[in-house]
Ligand binder design. Structure first.
Ligand SMILES: [Zn+2]
Length: 136
């Protein structure tokens, strides 16, 4: 394992500090490279508790990651928490795979959903852009 990440949006006042971005950033910093898929690199994998949002799906091809392992689906995240996961491409799996990123879904999905249920029950802020006001 090279790096880990947790969501730091609220404490860092940074809307892009999603767990995936944090994990990729720490990993790239640790390895002193912007490309985790560069020459001579092993095939790095990112493991996430839920399908990446639109921003994070977009960041994966730029990172050099070669494999994505997902727990909960995006639909379950949205229904459990109220987060707006954004305009994820309808064929996001194929889009990632066409760029050399393996996609493995539903790994321990029920266990992953428990984390989102705990978040929902914690009354922590659901920090959609614009506070989600126009999304209701
Ligand atoms: Zn994200």
């Amino acid at each position: 394992m090279v790096g880990i990440g947790v969501n730091r949006v609220v404490p860092s006042n940074n809307s892009s500090a999603h767990a995936e971005i944090v994990a990729i950033s720490f990993s790239q910093k640790a390895l002193s490279t912007f490309d985790l898929g560069g020459p001579g690199m092993p095939e790095y994998q990112i493991v996430v508790n839920g399908r990446p949002c639109a921003m994070c799906c977009g960041a994966l091809p730029w990172s050099g990651i070669r494999s994505l392992v997902i727990g909960a689906s995006g639909e379950r995240i949205e229904s459990l928490t109220g987060f707006d996961e954004g305009a994820v491409h309808p064929n996001w799996q194929q889009e990632l795979e066409s760029r050399g990123i393996e996609v493995i879904e539903n790994v321990l999905a029920e266990e992953a959903e428990v984390v989102f249920q705990r978040f929902r029950d914690s009354n922590e802020p659901v920090y959609n852009g614009r506070s989600g006001d126009d999304l209701q």
